[in-house]
Ligand binder design. Sequence first.
Ligand SMILES: O=P(O)(O)OC[C@H]1O[C@H](OP(=O)(O)OP(=O)(O)O)[C@H](O)[C@@H]1O
Ligand SMILES: O=C(O)c1cc(=O)[nH]c(=O)[nH]1
Length: 201
Amino acid sequence: MYPSVAHTLLDIDAVKLSPKDPFTWASGIKSPIYCDNRQILGNVEAHRKVIELLIEQLAQFEETDVIVGTATAGIPHATLIADRLNKPSAYVRGSKKGHGTARQIEGASVNGKRVVVIEDLISTGGSSLNAVEALRDDGAEVLGVAAIFSYGIKGAQEKFENAECAYSVLCDLDILLEAAQERNVLDTKGAGDVRSFRDGL
Ligand SMILES: O=P(O)(O)OC[C@H]1O[C@H](OP(=O)(O)OP(=O)(O)O)[C@H](O)[C@@H]1O
Ligand SMILES: O=C(O)c1cc(=O)[nH]c(=O)[nH]1
């Protein structure tokens, strides 16, 4: 894990706190914190750094044939990584498209290929594992998921274990809270409240 990634996320104001008016996550969970990694796209240096570190993380997986992004927030990162590694890329929609080719996986063919999934963020892990399932159904060997940030929710870890899917992240909530405290963005109580929220999920 990279504490510097937590500082980058704080530098670019990707982390929002709103305990009184909680955010709704993709899972429907109401949360006092939202980490908007899409903001990385607006900062060239931050994006370069994240891409380099994600590529470093991919070294732990076997040789990969296709770099796959999750729709939508994983796509720009996967596309850049694939370009740097000179590999084809694909992306996985949340569900099959309702018109046209009716595909869920777009881009490079994944059948019989070793793939890694690039995700921007893991909360419950539902979105990442939905993509993993679609890829496996399509005949891919999924080597693992690499994400920028994870909340470190216990249930998410269990879901990955049950799905027998490796994953790695650049930064998690605990590292982010430490960085936020170092910068006086959060005091001990504020950080404790966010940690308790996560631990209660
Ligand atoms: O681990 P989970 O509980 O599934 O939550 C994390 C997912 O939620 C967000 O995507 P969102 O659905 O907001 O869509 P987007 O990528 O199109 O912004 C995020 O980009 C992850 O894909
Ligand atoms: O779970 C989510 O939907 C979610 C949480 C978060 O902090 N950031 C995000 O982009 N999505």
